[in-house]
Design a binder for this molecule. Structure first.
Ligand code: OGA
Ligand code: NI
Length: 333
């Protein structure tokens, strides 16, 4: 357990193994607030929503949604459950840190699953588990209401994600229901805990990446940290009470044949506050076929890649150390 940042952050200066090379460091930590990502009010008319969500997904690949219909108590209870979870004593979490290859089981790790081989560690601890009802028996038993609260929130997150995908389908001309089954079958939960950091200018919670999924729905509190890359500049995603952050995953960019833009994002740390973010990744089933949707491919917009199985991409993604463009390379036309 002693590798976990949360168990030693308090009594250490930043170890060398957490220091990123100068060109990857956060740079100036104050990001312009005026230049914020779009905030979309989901109670607007459908025509307006289709337009706004499409525009945000093409320009930023990331936006926030408010008035989304998810009950605020489900959101606050979920945050509270994860605060309690990350504060549990080590012995209560020990069974979750045992190495396992079983995709149904929970994994609690520090930095990434590749801690022993990676060159630079990330300033975070992270839990990962599938949300499918068949996996609930493997979810943490503590804190007491974990299973009940997380199940309720994951149902809401998936519903919200599917609603946004429907609006996007309408916007780019993909048939209704395209994402409803196989392509969003595996909802993966990944709550992150970023403890206060002795030197946020040298390290990162997560370096620049695309999420290797269809869509990511993220719940955060009032502590900043998430940034999105827009026209070569990092923009802070300002926390808004009761909003969800939505980001376009790399696989959705592929299916849209580059009509939508996957969000390149990263997480910076801070020296005073614990930050917890709760991430729901909408993933295709491993054996589902991923290809540019037939309806977006035309003579003037030929397919950027051939079809492939989602699990082939994921295998490449991890062997390429999380570089999505390299992972897609073997399938490009
Ligand atoms: C992620 C991620 C953002 C955040 O887990 O992939 O980008 O704010 N998280 O924690
Ligand atoms: Ni991410």
């Amino acid at each position: 357990m002693d590798k976990f940042v949360s168990s030693w952050y308090n009594d250490q200066s930043l170890p060398e193994s957490y220091i990123f090379p100068p060109h990857e460091r956060p740079g100036k930590l104050l990001v312009p607030r005026c230049n914020n990502v779009p905030v979309i009010d989901l109670s607007d008319t459908r025509t307006n929503l289709v337009h706004q969500i499409l525009k945000a997904s093409q320009e930023f690949g990331l936006f926030q949604v408010v008035n989304h219909g998810v009950p605020p108590n489900i959101m606050s209870e979920t945050m509270s459950v994860f605060h309690k979870f990350f504060e549990l004593p080590a012995e209560d979490k020990a069974s979750l840190t045992v190495y396992t290859n079983d995709p149904k089981r929970c994994k609690l790790v520090t930095s990434t699953l590749d801690y022993d081989r990676e060159k630079i560690h990330l300033w975070r601890d992270v839990l990962r588990h599938p949300c499918h009802p068949d996996c609930i028996e493997f979810w943490p038993r503590k804190p007491l209401r974990y299973r009940e609260v997380v199940a309720a929130c994951s149902i809401e997150a998936k519903k919200l994600g599917l609603q946004i995908l429907e609006l996007l389908c309408e916007g780019i001309g993909i048939e209704h229901g395209y994402f409803e089954h196989e392509l969003t079958e595996d909802l993966l939960l990944g709550p992150n805990h970023y403890p206060p950091c002795p030197d946020p200018s040298l390290t990162l919670g997560i370096p620049k990446h695309f999420d290797p999924d269809i869509l990511t729905i993220l719940l955060q509190e009032h502590i900043s940290g998430l940034q999105v890359l827009k026209d070569g500049e990092w923009i802070g995603v300002r926390p808004i009470p009761n909003a969800f952050v939505v980001n376009i995953g790399y696989i959705l960019q592929v299916i849209s044949n580059n009509k939508l833009k996957g969000a390149e994002h990263r997480v910076v740390t801070n020296s005073s506050d614990h930050r917890i973010s709760v991430v729901f990744c909408m993933n295709p089933a491993g054996n589902s076929n991923i290809e540019p949707a037939k309806s977006v491919v035309t003579a003037t917009n030929p397919p950027l890649c051939r079809g492939f199985q989602f699990k082939e991409f994921v295998d490449n993604f991890y062997s390429m150390e999380g570089d999505a463009d390299l992972a897609l390379q073997p399938f490009k036309l």
